[in-house]
Design a protein around this ligand. Sequence first.
Ligand code: SF4
Ligand code: SF4
Length: 393
Amino acid sequence: MAIQLPFDTIGRDSLRLWARWLAAALRNDARRWLRPGADPTPAFPAQFLIGVTYKCDSRCSHCNIWANYLQQPETASQEMTPAEFERFLDRNPQLIQIATTGGEQFNRDDIADFWLALDRRGHRTGCATNAIETDRIIEREGSLLPRLSGRHLRHFGVSLDGVEAVHDRIRGIPGNFAHAWRLFQWAREQEQRYPFYRAEISSTLTAANYRDFPALVEWLVSQGVPPNKVAFMGALPSAHYYRNVKTCKPVTARDELAGIIEELRRKHPGFGQNYFTESYLQWLRDPASGVTCVAGTAFGYIDPYWNVYPCLVLDRKLGNLREFDFDVRKLWRSPAARQFRAELAAKPCTLCFNECNRWQSMRASLGGLAKIAWRQAGRVLRADRDSQRRWRM
Ligand code: SF4
Ligand code: SF4
């Protein structure tokens, strides 16, 4: 077996992240052991998902973010600015990982400013895109890539929820499948030019399409897409983020979905070969198993107006960072945040695994990091440049 030590660009980036998570988990575990019941150490929060815009030109059936500004157009002007984002980054140097989300992020004319600000401070960047304005996305992504430092992974996910008509029906945009496929092929070409770049297909599974998912994977593989480039997540209802409580139809046949994923893993080596999928399968069979969620402790979600939530799903606003001078540690120690943590500790939440953020809880303790290391060990040592999730932290 070929052994390749992970000292390429992305390997170094991943080792740096591992070291930072290890230090944060060590500090937090030590505090928990020495002072049971104590609030988190200054090492936490360590991770945020940030919705930089709710602008979206899609018409998805499983997500109503696209309806936000049709219903309340006046709120669009209240979205965060790049200057505020820079202030947030400077006020919170302890944050280990920050990921941006939308809406359709490319619908912001200034989206590059957000990603360049992250890159300058040593963070990874990335997005998932609906591919609707294909030419504009290619133009914006194409001009961003040479401006990035090249020292941190950039992830580019193209959303595909089925083959041809299945995708177009779910997304509500005729012809979107063809656009998404063209965009993904373009992104694959960029991988050859930029060693830090990783393109993948990202699929959202609902009751309306999970049985079509194997056909999508088969089609992608028949087109030469490596199976490890196909990622998925399940849709969940969320009042404050997806705003889809009435319309979302999550997969309820958990065993059947687990069977579908396991069959794909058997049939297509590389598909779902990561701790993320393995933990998800465990959660499908037993939601209470695996990992205790530490939303509101180690990680949280920030919406485009700087409202802070524990995660994408729980409709529990903890405060607004504009009122805390963008210092999340101050907000984290507010009565509202403390109260949330106490309630979560008393009644652990098992609503999700990979749909929102619970899987990230694994990084917040030494035990969780050991689990990740164990599940990833074989893949870490194998040379497999395409396996972008190999290093996923
Ligand atoms: S899933 Fe993405 S593309 Fe679809 S409405 Fe939501 S934000 Fe827009
Ligand atoms: S399990 Fe999921 S929904 Fe529940 S608090 Fe954690 S991240 Fe949020």
